[in-house]
Design a protein around this ligand. Structure first.
Ligand code: AMP
Ligand code: MG
Length: 422
């Protein structure tokens, strides 16, 4: 395991006083490692878990050729582009109840969606396209179908022996359905990541406490633990810890001994007159950074014991933005996920945005479809790092990159959508 100093030494452009946002991500991906303990779970309980082993398909899906439509199955070799085909109906194939007979040329079998294709038949004419000709017969107009139409082939979803899901896959509803379609009930997943959280600051009120001058309610506890729950982490919630060395020491020690990661908010800014930074420094290997970004300049990262520490700024928007930009990708790596990050989308800015080159800015944005169907985005207005209501209004963050300057009306900007994350 590399120390912070070793990671820093290998990193190009490492300046703890003016760190670029991308450099933070590179640093953190070096700092954290995937957990190594796995467990077995039923797929009913597996939403948002991470697979700890490849899944090889034990069967083919579908297990046999079957009909994609309600209609009539026949041998497509009889189709001609110039003349209609007349077929006599000699039986019925139902879903779950195959038709066993032998079909001769000039014959067809009435078939329901999902029913096994009778032997020798490869094409289905949908019911609404087959004209009833004589009693118990149909006519298929010329040029309407090609051989093989409306038939689902054995294994067209997955063939037996093919890789179905890979180790490191985040289990989505679709992935759980796929596992079920393979008849798989139990899977190996990485154990849940345990993440401890507490808020720091003497001015922070817990819910239920009476308001007092200069004090604010602890909103970070709810935004951060909510984000952690969305990720599927086990959250150890330690509430608010006041600015007293003994309290901070026991909170850090409890958190680090019980959790894979410890997240705190507040007390990491420059000139902060509290004990949070001192305690982090005393108990662990911790770096204190100023990041060239807005909101969220200060960040403390490191290790306390075996646990990874993320000391986030206290401002309610800054805490969420730094979580999304840095902590979330790092936690996903720790969870064993190999999923690619969601792509940034491009949207046309429907307003002028002032931006200084030399820092990454994350502005709260409202993304919508323009009348021509393309994406457009506007900001939520006041971008103060304490304006939490802007995070509620926004459905994404406009990411204005380090070297980017002012945004003109109609310029394309990158947006990071909140869907499924916030
Ligand atoms: P700090 O990073 O400690 O300098 O805090 C910056 C600002 O965020 C201050 O205005 C704090 O009152 C506010 N703040 C810090 N922690 C929280 C919290 N847990 N909930 C809401 N606001 C907070
Ligand atoms: Mg403070």
């Amino acid at each position: 395991m590399k120390t912070l100093a070793q990671i820093a030494a290998e990193l190009e452009g490492y300046d703890p006083q003016a760190l670029r946002a991308e450099t933070v991500n590179v640093f953190l991906s070096e700092l954290v490692a995937p957990i190594s303990e796995s467990e077995e779970t039923g797929i009913f309980q597996a939403l948002a878990r991470v697979l700890a082993a490849d899944i090889i398909s034990p069967i083919s899906v579908p297990p046999h050729d079957n009909s994609a439509m309600d209609g009539y199955a026949f041998d497509g070799a009889q189709l001609s582009s110039t003349s209609a085909l007349n077929l006599k109906v000699v039986g019925t194939a139902l879903a779950g109840k195959a038709w066993q007979g032998q079909v001769q040329p000039g014959q067809c079998v009435k078939i329901m969606t999902g029913a096994v294709m009778p032997k020798g038949l490869d094409t289905v004419v949908p019911q609404e396209l087959a004209r009833a000709a004589v009693e118990s017969g149909i006519t298929i107009p010329a040029g309407l179908l090609r051989a093989g139409d409306n038939r689902r082939k054995l294994g067209e979803d997955l063939l037996q022996g093919q890789p179905a899901l890979q180790k490191g896959a985040l289990l989505t509803p679709a992935a759980l359905g796929l596992l079920a379609s393979l008849g798989i009930e139990k899977i190996k997943v990485w154990r849940k990541l345990r993440v401890a959280y507490f808020s720091t600051g003497d001015e922070i009120l817990s819910l239920g406490q009476a308001p007092r001058e200069g004090a604010v309610y602890d909103s970070n506890r709810f935004t951060v633990t909510g984000l952690l729950q969305r990720l599927g982490c086990d959250v150890l919630d330690l509430g608010v810890v006041g600015d007293q060395p003994a309290l901070l020491e026991s909170a850090f020690k409890q958190a680090a001994s019980q959790a894979d990661a410890v997240i705190t908010s507040g007390g990491v800014s420059v000139g902060e007159a509290d004990y949070t930074k001192a305690m982090m420094h005393q108990l662990g290997d911790v770096a204190f950074w100023k990041i060239a970004m807005r909101p969220g300049r200060p960040l403390a990262v490191g290790r306390i014991g075996k646990s990874v520490l993320f000391g986030l700024p206290g401002n309610p928007v800054a805490v969420m933005v730094t979580f999304l930009a840095f902590v979330r990708p790092a936690l996903l790596k720790m969870m064993g996920s190999t999923a690619a990050p969601a792509p940034l989308l491009k949207a046309h800015s429907s307003e002028v945005i002032r931006k200084k080159p030399g820092r990454t800015e994350y502005q709260r944005g409202i993304v919508s479809n323009a009348p021509d169907g393309s994406l457009q985005v506007r900001t939520t207005g006041n971008q103060g790092s304490g304006v939490l209501s802007s995070m509620v209004q926004a459905n994404g963050l406009i990411v204005l990159h380090h070297n980017q300057g002012n945004v003109a009306l109609g310029d394309e900007v990158d947006v990071m959508m909140f869907e499924g994350v916030i």
